[in-house]
Design a protein around this ligand. Sequence first.
Ligand code: HSE
Length: 400
Amino acid sequence: MVKVAVLGYGTIGKGVVTVLQTNADSIEKKAGERIEVTKILDLREFPGDPNEDKVVHDYELIKNDSDIQVVVECMGGLEPAYTFVKTALLQGRSVATSNKELVAKHGAELIAIAREKTSNFLFEASVGGGIPIIRPLISSLSADVIEEIAGILNGTTNYMLTRMEEEGADFDEVLKEAQAKGYAELHPEADIEGWDACRKIAILTSLAYERQVDFEDIPTEGITKISAEDFLYARKLGMAIKLIGQSYEKGGKVYARVAPMLIAGEHPLAPVRDVFNAVYVHGNMVDDLMFYGRGAGSLPTASAVAADVVDAVKHLGKNVKINWNPDKLILGDSGQSERRFFVRLAGDTPEEKIQDIFGQVDYISIEEIREKAFVTGIMKEEEFEEAVKDLDVINRIRMH
Ligand code: HSE
């Protein structure tokens, strides 16, 4: 039997215990060992919970329990998660975590400790909840050069954008619903400002290019400026608006960004609705791939964490190599990245002025909205910022 400790008994931690207990028999067959959660760390009491007798409040009790071989971290945030995880790895234990903040910031270091101690640091659930995407990048796609990753990486904002698009729902109301369903972060700015998606694309990009990508280097914009009118234009263009975490390689440089983007209706990311996440990957040999599933929520995320526990048990005493070099990958200058932009200008902007700046453009008009709206040609980010600096911009959205 392999004994497991779970740190954090919130939405995900409870889900992990439920998955490991509900599927105990089939998991035992797959892991080759019975897996039992023997201790759960949380500051709270859980009277009436079937696992209340396993709850402890002091990490030392887990640290000093030499029977524990695998630690599951579902506390979220950097501290004390980082200290606890590092301690467990230095003790030679394997760790499975759903914590993207921890992985984005300290992934390379924790992977290196696990390698040195011949254990494993596993983090499938840190990106895309229940979607298998980390293992495919580490293993299945290792023969490819990854040319692009574009992901809908945050369930809360995708749920919100879907409700706004389909029902004209109000921003605050849909945020509350996402929180009630257990999708949102403790501080919802992490979702709506794009910070959560930023950490996730930093992790995927680090794995794709095998070097440390600092999330602080990734320009990040959330969905707070997206309005009902934007969706009217998107519909007219036959496109969807999605919060996209994107990285791509061009001319030997890797570029990364998080922003709401207009996606062509025929692109596989366009129809991804509700809390579902999807990661589109383009490899130079495999061509287009799409990974799709529930990116948030208790059991889908827990399914990925529990599978990491199974993997850790299957590889006790062996390290499965993950290439994530701690040397920093210097990203390409975001001002030099090129794309088309959808722009909405005040209705009284003279067309001659628009033509002078952008050349000939096709206007997109919506009967009840008096604006000048159009899509630019391909421009560098910094050229675009320069072009619109003296214009009365209502909104602008990048085109994928
Ligand atoms: N708040 C995150 C989301 C949870 O909505 O996707 C999963 O990381």
